[in-house]
Design a binder for this molecule. Structure first.
Ligand SMILES: [Cu+2]
Length: 114
């Protein structure tokens, strides 16, 4: 019994060492660009607020029958083309932004760069 316990605690130590060393050799997962999805459903951006890292990609997909777009709200810095049903708009996020659909200004969303 004592032997078994020793063996299992050794395994735990080994596992921890492997985790630590792999953590050192690869950059933290937060540094890798990620791709996020925002769906447009029922006249809403979902999720309406999304937190990303700078350089991450966001893909907006229009799952409504209506045509929508994605437009930066305060300065019109960027905007998608009109998105027909099932069309997508892909963008790399450089900074936080409030955005909306210029066809339906009640539709609002927010990107927050950490
Ligand atoms: Cu719209």
């Amino acid at each position: 019994m004592r032997y078994l316990l020793t063996r299992s605690s050794c395994a735990v130590v080994l596992f921890s060492l492997v985790s630590i060393s792999s953590g050192c050799s690869t950059p933290p997962s937060g540094q890798q660009p990620q791709t996020h999805q925002v769906d447009i459903i029922g006249m809403k951006f979902q999720p309406a607020e999304l937190t990303v890292n700078k350089g991450d990609t966001v893909i907006f997909t229009n799952k409504d029958i209506l045509t929508h777009n994605v437009t930066e709200q305060n300065y019109k810095k960027w905007a998608s083309a009109p998105l027909l049903s099932n069309q997508s708009y892909k963008m790399a996020v450089k900074e936080s932004a409030d955005y909306y659909c210029s066809f339906h200004p009640v539709m609002k969303g927010k990107l927050v760069v950490k």
